[in-house]
Write a protein that binds this ligand. Structure first.
Ligand code: FA5
Length: 332
């Protein structure tokens, strides 16, 4: 009897080994272990045997089925790993094809400017903060001393988001709201820069984009003066631009600084370009940030990051930066 089952196992082994895929193996499994299989049929007729014979055959059947299961399992694992190997082989990328005469990519010139300025300010002891691009009306305007309905809000062509009350949520028009968020979160003295993306419904031209980048700075400490502001701007712009540039501060107006100024730069003899606004933090803004203006003073500025890159690399048109023409971007 044992020999019958040894033979059965021998045959089964051949069938299992010949199954070249999982589907074929499944069929063999049904044949070997399913209801119609030799061992299942034999099991069904155990009841007709004498107790001793029944016990003996029962053992043989169990042993045979266990061996069949083991063989099927082993074959299944083998087929699985073959399939996985094939998949990996198919998905493998031949990276050597990129290695012939092609240079590595590099960071976009605006990202380079962003990182260079961060390094520069970190070197001067500043921290770097970020705020949300979708802002509430309070942080973008109210806390910055633009009362509701104040005409100064029209300075910015604001893109509103349909969320909450009408005109309560917007795409930030500048990085100045992050000043308020920093004051809300940190105790002075504050020396922080806040780079980020901003949005205005401006029409694109050689110096404007509807989506662009600013770098904000906020300093709050005791006894801070306009001289500190002018000195800081001078330090970072001369470190960033090097020689051959002239700069000037001219009086201006922002509701959140008093006095306020704008900073222009030009290549020696060239056309002036406005790079940013600045001023002494308005007492109402310090109050909105939870600080006592009797105790603390500060300065702030906000510069156009894309324009900084434009000036430094002597690019004529801001739009070039965002056309994503590799031949152009590869120069920087
Ligand atoms: C502001 O946005 C103020 N928040 C700056 C500020 C901060 C003043 C802190 C005082 C204290 P303004 O709208 O002028 O100001 O924008 C600042 C700079 O962003 C501009 O000087 C310019 O360099 C850049 N900029 C403005 N609009 C665009 C635009 N559409 N595309 C590219 N750069 C722009």
């Amino acid at each position: 009897m044992n020999q019958d089952y040894d033979l059965h196992l021998e045959e089964a082994k051949g069938k299992i080994e010949e199954s070249s895929d999982l589907e074929a193996l499944k069929k063999v499994e049904v044949e070997l272990l399913g209801k119609q299989s030799l061992t299942a049929q034999a099991k069904g007729s155990l009841g007709e045997l004498e107790p001793e014979e029944r016990r003996e055959l029962g053992l043989v059947l169990n042993e045979t089925r266990t061996k069949l299961e083991e063989m099927l399992e082993a074959r299944k694992n083998k087929l699985d790993s073959e399939i996985r190997g094939e998949q990996l082989e198919n998905e493998r990328l031949d990276l050597t094809e990129f290695d012939q005469g092609h240079r590595l990519g590099h960071r976009h010139v605006v990202t380079q400017t962003w990182e260079r300025l961060e390094d520069l300010f970190i070197g001067m002891g500043y921290t770097v903060s970020e705020g949300p691009e979708i802002e509430d009306e309070w942080h973008n305007f109210g806390a910055l001393n633009f009362p509701l309905g104040h005409p100064a809000r029209d300075m910015y062509d604001t893109l509103y988001v349909e969320y909450g009350d009408p005109m309560s949520t917007l795409l930030r028009t500048h990085t100045s709201p992050v000043q308020i968020r920093v004051m809300e979160e940190e105790d002075p003295p504050i020396y922080s820069i806040m780079p980020g993306r901003v949005f205005r419904s401006d029409t694109a031209d050689s110096t404007h984009m509807p989506v662009f980048h600013q770098i904000e700075a906020l300093v709050v400490d005791k006894g801070i003066t306009f001289g500190d502001l002018a000195g800081t701007i001078e330090t970072f712009t001369s470190a960033y631009f090097g020689k051959d540039f002239e700069s000037r501060l001219r009086p201006s107006y922002f509701p959140f600084t008093e006095p306020s100024a704008e900073f222009d730069i030009r290549h020696s003899g060239g056309k002036w370009l406005e790079l940013g606004g600045c001023g002494m933090v308005h007492p109402e803004v310090l109050k909105a940030g939870g600080l006592d203006p009797e105790e603390w003073q500060g300065f702030a500025f906000g510069f156009g990051l894309d324009r900084l890159a434009l000036m430094r690399h002597e690019i004529d048109d801001l739009r070039e930066l965002f056309r994503n023409d590799y031949r152009f971007l590869a120069q920087f």
